[in-house]
Design a protein around this ligand. Structure first.
Ligand SMILES: Cc1cc2nc3c(=O)[nH]c(=O)nc-3n(C[C@H](O)[C@H](O)[C@H](O)COP(=O)(O)OP(=O)(O)OC[C@H]3O[C@@H](n4cnc5c(N)ncnc54)[C@H](O)[C@@H]3O)c2cc1C
Length: 441
């Protein structure tokens, strides 16, 4: 059989040649595709923009691209209920489009991650989050969704319909069905006052809990082989108080030339001459600091990432962040590894989603990265060993090496999720190798 063109994810860690690719434009066409895949004995999966580092989106059977999906009666792919601030969008809508559509309506998403390229369905399905001690991740902002289940039927899940399924389907790993629409709770549009500083990393660690409690959005990056952290503290301000907006050119210099550009050079040189990584890290730490500006929230939350990398991220009980971070730092020093990418520390509030990294506990996140040309395995395995000693939970879209048996120990509602999977996809139409590993057959 002639197969479709090869698909690769953003990080170049996964690739597949699906049997076929379909681009349905209507919900009925999605239903037909699921039924047809079943009749042909094929698995079927929706893919977003392929920004997961794991094989979670790999579709060896039928790959569904929902970029052109439109909801009945919504040519724009978008409906807003202004009194409640709830917005319903087609599942394949990228976050950058959604946030731009919200702005003229006086609305915004309460929080966002580091980038906005992902689709809404892809982002919620893996538990994508930003930072903010009092704010839940993206899936926690979902109030309702509609999906096509394993037998091709349409299932509406909302506080008024099949509400018992909400804690599973809002963060479903793509294992429970093809999501066709997502309703998100938005907030009134706001600006962010961003303060970025370089500070001694030990001072920041000692103060991490306090800063996370105090700030709307606090995070920091540590440059390995230095004593320096870049802290980012974002405060929500009213649209009536624009403050000082960064000039577009100076923002380009900071975001593109210094952040992405400096990292690219430093990573390339470090791959060939590992001994150069520490001095280059010190230069990177020096040139990427100290900014203070106010801008539209969507523009402050996310930036572009032009240097390709691989990432592992674990969510821990927040009070253990400083200790676990110091253990990772000691590991890098002991092993004398040359790590050219910073380690990122963020936070999120507890939520009630069964497979959320923040389920039932206020969470801190530690994310480690390696440049795309470096083999991440030795470093990531060793970091994972440390994380597991802290009862940590892996991000579903980022590299980890765990399977269902050990994941069951850290996700208290794991078996409840599996029961919903048995109900919505008894024949495993939506499975793939990654899902078999993390959820079981
Ligand atoms: C540069 C970069 C920066 C990142 N920054 C962050 C960050 O700040 N915070 C964070 O938490 N994560 C971050 N991530 C991870 C990323 O947000 C997640 O992996 C996210 O899932 C990617 O969305 P996507 O649209 O690319 O989905 P894909 O990776 O294509 O798919 C993810 C999953 O969603 C499923 N899916 C997609 N559409 C549907 C649908 N319609 N119905 C059912 N299932 C569906 C897929 O089958 C798959 O299981 C980052 C990734 C990269 C590469």
């Amino acid at each position: 059989m002639l197969r479709a063109a090869p698909w690769r994810n953003w990080a170049r860690t996964e690739s597949v040649r699906p049997v076929r690719v379909e681009r349905p434009t209507t919900v009925a066409a999605v239903q037909r595709a699921v039924v047809a895949a079943g009749s042909a004995g094929l698995t079927i999966k929706a893919v977003g923009t392929g920004h997961s580092f794991t094989g979670i989106a790999v579709a060896p059977g039928v790959q569904l691209d929902l970029f052109d999906l439109r909801l009945p009666g919504l040519e724009s792919g978008f409906a807003v209920d202004l009194p409640t601030g709830q917005v319903t969008v087609a599942a394949g809508m990228p976050l950058y489009r959604l946030t731009r559509l919200l702005e003229p309506l006086g609305l915004a998403l309460p929080n966002l991650g580091d980038i906005d390229r992902q689709t809404i369905a892809g982002a919620v399905s893996t538990g994508t989050h930003g930072t903010g001690g009092g704010l839940v991740g993206l899936a926690g902002q979902v109030v309702a969704l509609t999906l096509v289940t394993g037998d091709g039927s349409l299932l509406r899940v909302s506080p008024g319909e099949n509400a018992e399924l909400l804690p599973a389907v809002r963060l479903g790993l793509g294992a429970l069905g093809i999501i066709v629409s997502v309703t998100v709770q938005c907030v009134p549009r706001f600006l962010l006052h961003a303060v970025e500083k370089t500070e001694p990393v030990d001072v920041v660690l000692d103060d991490y809990l306090e800063r996370t409690n105090r700030a709307d959005h606090f995070e920091f990056f540590w440059f390995p082989h230095t004593e320096t952290a870049l802290t980012k503290t974002n405060t929500r301000v009213s649209v009536a108080d624009p403050g000082s907006r960064p000039a577009r050119f100076s923002r380009w210099i900071d975001d593109e030339l210094l952040a992405n550009g400096v990292y690219r050079i430093s990573c390339d040189v470090g791959t060939v001459f590992p001994a150069m990584v520490p001095p280059l890290a010190r230069i990177a730490a020096r040139v990427t600091g100290d900014r203070d500006f106010t801008d539209e929230s969507r523009r402050v939350f996310s930036s572009s990432r032009t240097v390709r990398f691989r990432e592992m991220e674990y969510g821990l009980p927040r009070e253990q962040i400083a200790e676990a971070f110091r253990a990772v730092r000691a590991l890098i020093e002991r092993k004398r590894w040359r790590i050219s990418f910073p380690i990122e520390v963020r936070s999120a509030a507890a939520d009630d989603l069964w497979l959320s990294t923040a389920q039932g506990r206020d969470t801190g996140y530690i994310a480690v990265h390696r440049y795309v040309r470096e083999d991440p395995r030795e470093f990531f395995h060793a970091v994972e060993d440390i994380m597991r000693s802290y009862d940590a939970r892996p991000h579903w879209g980022k590299i980890h090496y765990q399977g269902a048996d050990s994941l069951r120990e850290v996700f208290a509602r794991f078996d409840d999720f599996l029961a919903v999977r048995d109900r919505l996809d008894p024949e495993r139409r939506f499975t793939n190798t990654y899902l078999e590993r993390v959820l079981g057959p």
